[in-house]
Design a protein around this ligand. Structure first.
Ligand SMILES: Cc1cc2nc3c(=O)[nH]c(=O)nc-3n(C[C@H](O)[C@H](O)[C@H](O)COP(=O)(O)OP(=O)(O)OC[C@H]3O[C@@H](n4cnc5c(N)ncnc54)[C@H](O)[C@@H]3O)c2cc1C
Length: 380
């Protein structure tokens, strides 16, 4: 089914992404997975190739393309190349709007050129050991002291946590006001009192440096406040739909990719003298998955275009996030089954896709939290 989402310009960008990943990521990916972190070099190379900050203004070194489809093309190609865990999605899809839209001119000049060139890798630190879904419950504090904030606390599960040169940290600036006392403060590499903990060992996405962060009387210049003091929760709510859309894009891309691989396998693998895909049970499973992926893609494309038009609602982003990621995990699990024993072998992409997929229903807001958001929107 041709969904007509992309133009020739997007396809030209796709060719560039494909070529870049084949040259700069695929040959090294196994090594990065074993190390638990990618080489920093790949970020600079991606920046030079125009794969970072596609929608940041050209004046700050970005691509100047206010069109999320360039972001989605890159994510689709990373999935197709099997190079998960690069961390570009977090940088481009999640962090970019905070630095581009909530900042002062001075901050944009200071941060965006390096963001786009790959010299500055970014992260966002919301989750803490005691608070993930319940964001208003974060305990990391920031107390104003003259022209600085003094941060104390701990974050965990932070994507790009070790490589990050700038981390947007969600802090409490007024603990008495709950969600209305939350602020966003950019903490830069080398700030005294900012240290990184363990690189966390994960089930999948093994090439990504997911880490713990610690702030111990960490003195951050007040000029690193992003947006307004005590309006951090509001800023997060404004940007979480884009984060969730980005996760849905990866979910549908992975589902489409794994289904295509599995169809090929089901046609070529024989048992009892027939291709395994020709058994009615398997044919029906594949038919159901193909139907669901088409539905997911159709809704996702609608959401992408709504986002481009500035109309993507919080509830539609939540629907896209939970439904596509639940489909992704279910589909990949069924596809492992269709591969038989080979599906459990890591040399088969379906096995790695299975490991990588599991987190999708958890980060960026769990399936349950997405349903809470949708339910509240229904007035129940
Ligand atoms: C690989 C990875 C990368 C991550 N990257 C980042 C990152 O870059 N930055 C960042 O800030 N965080 C990151 N996270 C953290 C992630 O966003 C959180 O793990 C997630 O939001 C869930 O929070 P939690 O782990 O504290 O679970 P909890 O909030 O403790 O939830 C535990 C369970 O209870 C359920 N639950 C909680 N509240 C409710 C409710 N009201 N109703 C029904 N069920 C509920 C949840 O759905 C879940 O099933 C990452 C996590 C992982 C695993």
């Amino acid at each position: 089914m041709d969904q007509h989402l992309y133009s020739e310009e997007h396809e030209a960008f796709r060719a560039l992404c494909k070529e870049f990943l084949a040259r700069e990521a695929v040959p090294f990916h196994e090594k990065w997975e074993a190390a638990g972190i990618v080489d920093r070099d790949v970020w600079r190379k991606a920046g030079a190739a125009g794969l970072l900050g596609m929608d940041v203004d050209e004046a700050y070194g970005g691509g100047g393309q206010k069109d999320f489809r360039f972001n989605t093309v890159l994510v689709e190609e990373i999935v197709a190349a099997g190079t998960s865990g690069l961390g570009f999605g977090l940088h481009n899809d999640v962090v970019a709007p905070y630095l581009a839209d909530l900042t002062t001119e001075e901050q944009r000049q200071r941060w965006l050129p390096k963001f786009c060139s790959g010299e500055m890798i970014t992260a966002i630190a919301m989750s803490e050991p005691g608070a993930g879904s319940d964001l208003a419950g974060v305990r990391t504090s920031a107390v104003r002291d003259g022209d600085h904030y003094v941060l104390n606390g701990q974050k965990t599960f932070i994507t790009n946590g070790e490589h990050a040169d700038l981390v947007i940290v969600v802090v409490k600036t007024d603990p008495s006001r709950g969600a209305h006392g939350v602020s966003l403060i950019a903490v830069e590499r080398g700030t005294p009192g900012f240290t990184r903990g363990r690189r966390l060992e994960k089930v999948g996405l093994k090439a990504n440096d997911t880490a713990e962060l610690f702030f111990d009387d960490c003195q951050v210049p007040a000029t690193n406040l992003i947006g307004e003091e005590n309006a951090g929760f509001y800023h997060l709510m404004g940007n979480l739909p884009r984060e969730r859309l980005g996760i849905a894009v990866a979910a549908v891309a992975a589902a489409e990719h794994v289904l295509a691989l599995t169809l090929e396998y089901a046609r070529s693998r024989h048992a009892f003298g027939r291709p395994i895909g020709s058994f009615q049970h398997n044919r029906f499973v594949l038919a159901e998955l193909d139907t669901e992926v088409t539905i997911a893609r159709t809704f996702l494309n609608h959401c992408i275009l709504e986002y481009n038009a500035g109309r993507l609602s919080v509830t539609d982003a939540a629907k896209a996030k939970w439904w596509t990621t639940e489909l992704q995990t279910k589909l990949i699990d069924r596809c492992v089954q269709l591969h038989g024993g080979y599906g459990y072998m890591l040399e088969y992409p379906v096995a790695k896709a299975w490991l990588d997929s599991r987190v999708q229903t958890i980060y960026g807001g769990t399936t349950e939290i997405m349903k809470e958001i949708i339910g509240r929107g229904l007035g129940v």
